[in-house]
Design a binder for this molecule. Structure first.
Ligand code: ATP
Ligand code: MG
Length: 276
């Protein structure tokens, strides 16, 4: 039996001339390798994904890299704060190959969800939808949205969600991939994020409104404007009227959109200075 793969201290460089020091602290285990904490340029926290499965790991790494590259320059002002950044990778001839990511969070969503407050949940929902919409805008369908592929990071006194793991990505024109994102995100929102949601999705809008009222969110029309678009564009994305939308019962879909709208407005209100 091969010995367990562990994180061990090593140093390497990535273009254009950045030094990465890997620590022995493990952040996670993937099917093709391990993820270790590291430091870049002497101080920036990073996550190094090392593809230790030499048989399948290299092609998997190449796939993940090509997806991340489609998201564009990580230093661009346009880059979504809700999607992990890839800083670089070791050379193609190196085995095992390593991808250097920003340190996207300390916990995955599945570890946080049970103890999360309603306020945290709606903030994360907003982040996830915003991030996924941005990814889709880059022509990429994520393909593997799950509670393990969303990380939660502390930001100031609050927290935010970040999407990771493009290992299963596909072109946005790939209907099956797009549909997977859509179905998974509905599941996260409806069942997983709000597990005490009434069975009838038609009741969701009323339920969430009441929750938001109890938690004391003051929603202004300005806060509301734009947030509904996030969910709308996700559903209609692209092209509008695509067959996957028609597959769902229209009435339920509308009720769900209404409920999501309330969630998004409430999430947005958390980001106004009033709540800081
Ligand atoms: N950028 C990051 N910052 C912090 N932790 C990370 C980062 N990337 C990955 N991790 C941790 O490592 C775990 C596995 O990473 P990832 O999902 O990328 O691997 P994977 O090979 O795709 O796993 P699987 O095949 O099971 O989906 C994550 O769930 C997370 O806990
Ligand atoms: Mg994963």
């Amino acid at each position: 039996m091969p010995s367990a793969v562990v994180c061990e201290g090593e140093t390497f460089t990535i273009a254009p001339n950045r030094t990465v020091i890997v620590t022995n602290k493990s952040l996670g285990q993937g099917s093709f390798g391990i993820i270790c904490e590291g430091l870049m340029d002497g101080g920036k926290g990073v996550a190094v994904k090392k593809f230790t499965d030499l048989k399948n790991g290299q092609s998997q790494a190449a796939r993940e890299i090509s997806g991340m590259e489609k998201l564009g320059d990580p230093n661009s002002a346009d880059y979504s704060p809700y999607v992990v950044k890839m800083y670089g990778r070791t050379g193609g001839s190196d085995t095992p190959l390593r991808i250097v990511y920003e340190l996207a969070g300390v916990d995955s969503l599945d570890n946080r969800i049970e103890k999360a407050t309603f306020a945290e949940k709606i903030g994360w929902v907003r982040d996830i939808l915003d991030g996924l919409r941005w990814v889709h805008g880059k022509g990429v369908a994520h393909g593997d949205i799950s509670d393990q592929n969303i990380l939660i990071a502390p930001v100031g006194g609050s927290s935010q969600a970040k999407i990771i793991d493009l290992g299963e990505w596909g072109e946005i024109s790939d209907q099956e991939k797009r549909e997977t994102d859509y179905i998974r995100i509905r599941k996260l929102l409806g069942i997983y994020m709000f597990d005490d949601l009434p069975d009838e999705v038609d009741d969701a809008a009323a339920y969430l409104k009441e929750k938001a009222r109890i938690e004391g969110f003051n929603l202004t029309d300005e806060q509301a404007t734009g947030m509904a678009e996030v969910f709308d564009s996700l559903i209609n994305d692209p092209p509008p009227g695509a067959s996957e939308v028609a597959k769902f019962d229209e009435e339920k879909l509308n009720a769900f959109k209404k409920a999501a709208d309330v969630v998004l407005k409430a999430g947005d209100s958390l980001r106004t200075p009033v709540f800081m």
